[in-house]
Design a protein around this ligand. Sequence first.
Ligand code: NDP
Length: 618
Amino acid sequence: MSAMVDGGSDGATVNARQKLIERLGFDPEEMRRKYREERDKRLRPEADRQFTKMEGGLEELATDPHVKEPISRAPLQDEVEAVVVGGGLSGLVIATRLRQSGLRKVRIIEAGGDLGGSWYWNDYPGIMCDVESYIYMPMLEEMGYVPTERYASGPEIQRHCRAIGEKFGLYEDACFQTQVTEMHWSDEDARWTVQTDRDDVITAQFVIVAIGGLNRGRLPQLPGLEKFSGRTFHTSRWDYDYTGGDYKGGLTGLKDKRVGMIGTGATAVQVAPHLGQWAKEFFVFQRTPASVDIRANRPTDSEWAKSLEPGWQYDRMENFNRITSGIPVEHDAVNDGWTDNFKTLYLGDGAKKFEDLGLSPAELGEAADFQKMADIRERVASIVKDPETAQALMPYFPQFCKRPCFHDEYLENFNRPNVHLVDTMGRGVEAFTEKGVMVGGKEYELDCVVFATGFEPNVRAPRFTNVGGFEIYGRDGLKLSEKWSAGARSLHGQHVHGFPNLMIVSPIQSAYAFNWLYIINGQAAQVEYIIREAKERGLRTFEVTEPAEQEWVNKIIERSGVQRDFLASCTPGYFNGEGKLSDTIIVDSAYAGGNVDYFEELKKWREAGTLSGLQLEN
Ligand code: NDP
């Protein structure tokens, strides 16, 4: 903060500070202190090592509840043109584009029992996409489909994924319930060999790794979990056999149960109203309150759907992406909580209230964020009747430290007599006992505990192969996990020197967007272009050169400082390594120019037509 608002002797300055306090309704200095205190009490020395995967005795929690009878098949030993690892949104869009560009044998290898990725695994009660489905669901125009609701349910999205798979022949060569275990490059054959947990040995000229950003559920490492005699499961493995009902609710199995939920992130916000409605008693164990704004879901207006002109999805997505990249546009096509946030915080709407106070741009931005979060807290106070509960549900951090949530029943749920907020004061649940969980030295007896504790984020290079669950051995046996142990090295986030004919789709050194489909579409266009060129030019291999890789790494490093400072000041969460920024955060960042610049750069690269930076071998 500059001296102007912070104090100083001159009358005008004091006056400006006073006005800022009056308009906000609080002293910014005190709010900054409050944010710091709230963050500091959540910092843990073990940072993201506080979590564990569902393995090492916890495998049962990772079992696929959708697969009632595991398939049995003979191991495959064959060759395809391209292997796509992952059948989520990225994998299926990329596989479709490759099929459309003339590849006949494109094999998706997917651990789950069907296409859909996140939308396959997550089918918890209340699941819906928190980004507008008209811009989030892939290929709507090609599929001739308009979602039934503005924010579609998870099963509607998964059905759409299946429909894409059927229309574009993706099922023909796909392997489901199959986990890649390792893959090796052979210089001699100019082929990848992909091995799986079903003893498949599949060779392919091209491999695309599209494993998603949040594909592995994580649990807090809590002592005593093995002693707990009740039922536990993670939200990404919902146990409807136990709870009854389905994603719409009707959890009749919980009518006589005391249910606890650990976590209050974007998933928990969608689940909690259903647990509150059906459980006999429902305890929400909160470490950090979520920022929960208005959702306003609604059925699709059929007249509107009929009026859509060709190109509508691309235009709408582009419009949303520009606003959420902080680029002004004349018209806000989506006009929802996401775009409102960006217009308020980054496009000047929120700053208007303070414009006459002579604040710097940074101060104006901070004031707008303070105001936004005050409005979010005010929303809590206006909905939640018990003042103590309302107070505990109020978030104190800048809006984009965590993923903002939008829901119209989450807060209301706390007005039910059977719903109890257990505010752990930033410390979290401490342990399990035979009968329940411990918080602040008190035992809560429970029949069932739902872990809404999120996923291992695939945003840092050293984690990448860990999250995928397999190792990639490039030229001369070079391991990707070793090459990336001190941070990513790539061209465009997609090509890695030493790993010919391999392309990666992830946010690392590429791009990030709140509407992930935007990134998928852009990355898929690049993959399609390169593989088509490779085919047309009759290339054996393409591989990024070391200098081109270095040049991209330098570009990533050059402009990443701002993000680091912001994340460092944030309350812990998966965006900032649970409060401990990894040493590789700068080099693993998404392209700091933003996704618009990133894709502009890729477009120019394609238009040049030289495959610049790639060494090509015929
Ligand atoms: P998150 O990682 O966002 O949240 C995990 C929650 O668990 C946090 O509230 C965390 O608290 C809490 N937690 C962890 N350990 C403990 C503990 N020991 N005691 C108490 N609480 C604990 O996971 P989510 O599954 O909610 O969301 C992950 C991501 O998935 C989202 O950010 C989003 O990208 C995606 N998602 C997308 C949706 C969509 O519609 N597109 C819907 C839902 C999720 P704390 O905050 O203190 O760390």
